[in-house]
Write a protein that binds this ligand. Structure first.
Ligand SMILES: C[S@@+](CC[C@H](N)C(=O)[O-])C[C@H]1O[C@@H](n2cnc3c(N)ncnc32)[C@H](O)[C@@H]1O
Length: 362
């Protein structure tokens, strides 16, 4: 399936354009590029970075048809540029916008390694069109998640529609199933802990599970009596009698008043809960930069989808939220932004980091 719109360039033509922006780039340092990111992505592609980047997160302008400005040191969103110093504009037709993104995502895919992941942050107005463009570029088999991100407190605008408190993060793997996945999990909340590990002994909070599991064993030891008790009809013992003896000796079997044994499972052995696809990561209330994203969300992406030797790329890096998360987690990073204010804030946020800067020119 293909999304057809005016002025859509063939993929080969996009990649051929990258040759124009060949320039020397560092082979081993974090880098910050000031300027148009197509030029920056091209410089990486021509500079030996094809297949070298493990994690890309981008938070491009959402095509809000607004200018984003800074007024007297505070950030704001305004629809007229005159109201403050404009730091970036976000005005395209939908077709122009999709092609603008596509022209950057085509080279990004080339930069991604085989274990690479791509996350694109967008809103609900354009997210569905972008999903089709991404399916086309990556292949729909490489689609991993459409993450709902709760971004703000409920809003109470007067328009005749439901309030909007979410945006969208689309997640793709460069190669289906090969992406770095560190199984980052979440600790249980106190409420969940109470429901799942309600009991307590000297070792800590625990719950109990039966010693038996569904299915009968025809001849094996797991179908035989243990301490004179047979598994209930249609079930078998979970493990061998010696293992139950060991658990019992360690005090890890709880015997009921009626003599029924159950295995104790402790909270401190619980691996945490799998992260689902609805996230609440509210953005800073007083951001240093318009549309600045939640730092914890970027920490999660870096921890989940990169390794210590990975390179993390954000080519719409704004105030440097992704780059700072990469730096905090000891990853090498590459940032790009064409706004002078964004670059200034990034320099300040990463003042202690070792990186090289490039000016991509007009
Ligand atoms: C939504 S903001 C990113 C905010 C960022 N995630 C943060 O947490 O601060 C989008 C950024 O993309 C930059 N940008 C837009 N078009 C660009 C382009 N063609 N090349 C480089 N940067 C661009 C804008 O200057 C802006 O800083």
């Amino acid at each position: 399936m293909e999304l057809i719109y005016r002025n859509k360039k063939p993929r080969e033509d996009i990649l051929a354009q990258t040759e124009k922006f060949r320039m020397p780039v560092s082979a081993d340092k974090s880098m910050l590029f000031y300027g148009e990111n197509f030029a920056g992505l091209s410089a990486l592609l021509c500079g030996g970075y094809a297949g070298k980047i493990d994690l890309v997160y981008i938070d491009p302008p959402f095509n809000t048809r607004q200018s984003f400005s800074v007024e007297e040191g505070r950030t704001s969103t305004v629809s007229r540029a005159r109201a403050g110093k404009v730091v970036f504009q976000d005005k395209f037709t939908l077709e122009e916008y999709l092609e603008f993104l596509r022209e950057r995502i085509v080279p990004i895919r080339e930069l991604l390694s085989e274990r690479g992941s791509f996350y694109l942050h967008t809103d609900t107005k354009t997210g569905h069109y972008i999903k089709i463009v991404l399916d086309e570029i990556f292949g729909s088999d490489c689609f991993c998640n459409d993450i709902t991100r709760v971004k703000s407190n409920p809003k109470n605008f007067k328009r005749a529609a439901y309030g909007n408190e979410k945006d969208v993060v689309l997640f793709y793997a460069k190669c289906a199933g090969k992406n770095i996945w560190n199984n980052v999990s979440l600790p249980l909340t106190e409420e969940e802990r109470l429901a799942r590990f309600p009991k307590r002994d000297e070792r800590g909070y625990y719950t109990t599970i039966p010693l038996h599991a569904p299915g009968e064993t025809a001849n094996g030891v797991t179908g035989k009596a243990w301490r004179g008790i047979l598994p209930p009809a249609g079930r078998h013992w979970r493990t061998k009698p010696e293992e139950f003896d060991r658990l019992d000796a360690e005090g890890r079997i709880e015997w009921s008043d009626r003599g029924n044994p159950r295995i104790k499972k402790y909270l401190n052995e619980h691996k945490g809960k799998k992260i689902q696809d609805i996230w609440t990561f509210k953005d800073p209330q007083y951001p240093a930069y318009p549309t600045q994203k939640n730092a914890d969300m970027l920490d999660l992406l870096v921890k989940q989808s990169s390794a210590p030797d990975s390179i993390v790329l954000d080519c719409f890096s704004g105030s440097g939220t992704t780059l700072a998360a990469a730096e905090r987690n000891g990853r090498r990073w590459i940032g790009m932004d064409k706004s002078e204010d964004a670059i200034r804030l990034t320099r300040a946020a990463l003042a202690a980091a070792d990186f090289v800067e490039y000016d991509l020119g007009e």
